[in-house]
Design a binder for this molecule. Structure first.
Ligand SMILES: C[S@@+](CC[C@H](N)C(=O)[O-])C[C@H]1O[C@@H](n2cnc3c(N)ncnc32)[C@H](O)[C@@H]1O
Length: 408
């Protein structure tokens, strides 16, 4: 009875949209038990708060013993500012802070500009009857019946946090199985680049035989639940979709294809000046400003790790799960005397989004050591291998410079 009277009180205090009150099922609700009543000035402010935050969708309901916050669409930052700026009573602030903390803990919501959508945000996209379909046809059909072991082995000390000069196929054979958390690499693309100690631009069968020999070793040394992430650019001009060929190989070997990121370099300066058949459908030539990042998992999509070893923040996570990354290409290749480096920013995103601090990161085509440098900077452990002694020396120098910057 008391609660009913209070509902009347609320409606009369503010000409609240009656429909909202009736349609409470369209809102998430957080309830807080009050130990004393909030001052009327604060109550009034909260009841009218939506006037100061237009196009959001929320409302308050309270009496002397409880406060309920109903919300559907919320610009949380603006909401927090309005609360902290305008409530003056200490107890009111305490109560609202508790409510805000509970909202922050809700991790599933849709994004609409600056606002979070808490109700029905994924209704349209939901695949119908997903569970039933999974029961009849299984999930991730190509990775079923894999026999990956869940054992974990330690990476021997002679390889831990080391840059190793050698052919990756041979070096990796010396490692035990299941000792690496994440592989991130960019293999030679067979474009004919001028690498210091390996030929680029060889017969395609020989190229793929060698590449898959190394990738199969990477798969073996990867822990169960580990990730194998490859940055690759197809040789568009020769119509060789390396990214598809590599992906098929991994899926044939029962790795799970987790997804694909478009790394847009916005490289409009690409050298192709001829556009195929100019202004004719006979054979127009497509132009690309991006490369691909293909992501695979061994055995499980989920990677276990300690919460305290997560270092990605909320803003980074929200932005980076959008699978198109705009990152400029590496501009300092001349300084490192390497023709095909990827930028540190790219490695930083991959490592923070897909690995935990202290994880062991492997790059079997480590080049000038961008992966190992960023791994060290982000508190990961690493192993970098390259067939060029010169590039390995560069990778070592970059690590030393990083260490001396830590000491400064
Ligand atoms: C695309 S580059 C990687 C560059 C690296 N991501 C960076 O930022 O410096 C490919 C590298 O693979 C190396 N490489 C080629 N064949 C190799 C092999 N069999 N074993 C180890 N490294 C190899 C090349 O020397 C070259 O540095």
């Amino acid at each position: 009875m008391i609660k009913y009277l209070n509902a009347i009180f609320i409606v009369s205090l503010k000409s609240m949209d009656n429909k909202k009150i009736q349609d409470k099922k369209n809102y998430k609700v957080i309830e807080h038990n009050l130990i004393s009543s909030l001052p009327n000035s604060d109550k009034n402010y909260l009841l009218n708060l939506d006037k100061y935050i237009p196009n959001n969708d929320f409302f308050f309901e309270f009496d002397d013993t409880f406060l309920r916050f109903y919300f559907n669409v919320l610009d949380l930052e603006l909401f927090k500012n309005k609360i902290y700026e305008n409530l003056t009573n200490t107890y009111s602030l305490e109560v609202l802070e508790e409510i805000i903390n509970q909202i922050v803990k809700i991790k599933s919501y849709g994004i609409k500009g600056r606002k979070r959508v808490y109700v029905d945000y994924n209704k349209e996209r939901k695949v119908q009857g997903r569970k039933t379909k999974e029961e009849t046809r299984g999930s991730i059909y190509y990775s079923q019946n894999n026999n990956f072991s869940k054992d974990i082995n330690a990476l021997p000390g002679e390889f831990l946090n080391k840059i190793i000069f050698g052919d990756s196929a041979e070096v990796l054979r010396k490692l035990p199985s299941n000792c690496i958390d994440l592989v991130f690499t960019s293999p030679p693309y067979n474009f004919g680049l001028d690498y210091n100690a390996s030929k680029d631009g060889i017969d395609w069968n020989t190229y793929f035989d060698k590449l898959f020999e190394i990738f199969d070793e990477c798969t073996r040394v990867l822990k169960y639940g580990g990730r194998l992430i490859v940055n690759v650019q197809p040789l568009f001009s020769d119509y060789i979709p390396i990214h598809h060929i590599i992906s098929n190989h991994f899926m044939d070997n029962k790795l799970i294809w987790k997804g694909e990121i478009i790394w847009d370099k916005h490289n409009y300066n690409c050298k192709y000046t001829a556009w195929g058949s100019w202004k004719s459908p006979s054979s127009p030539y497509l132009k690309y400003t991006w490369e691909f990042i293909e992501i695979f998992c061994k055995g499980d999509l989920k990677k276990k790790g300690k919460t305290e070893d997560i270092d990605i923040n909320e803003e980074e996570f929200k932005s980076w799960v959008n699978a198109k990354w705009d990152i400029a290409p590496e501009r300092n290749m001349k300084n490192y005397d390497h023709p095909a480096m990827f930028p540190e920013k790219l490695v930083e995103r991959v490592l923070k989004l897909f690995s935990y601090r202290n994880d062991i990161i492997l790059d079997p085509f480590n080049g000038a050591g961008t992966t190992t440098l960023v791994a060290k900077r982000l508190g990961r452990q690493f192993l970098g291998i390259d067939i060029s002694e010169e590039y390995c020396k560069t990778a070592e120098v970059r690590l030393k410079q990083l260490l001396s910057s830590f000491m400064e």
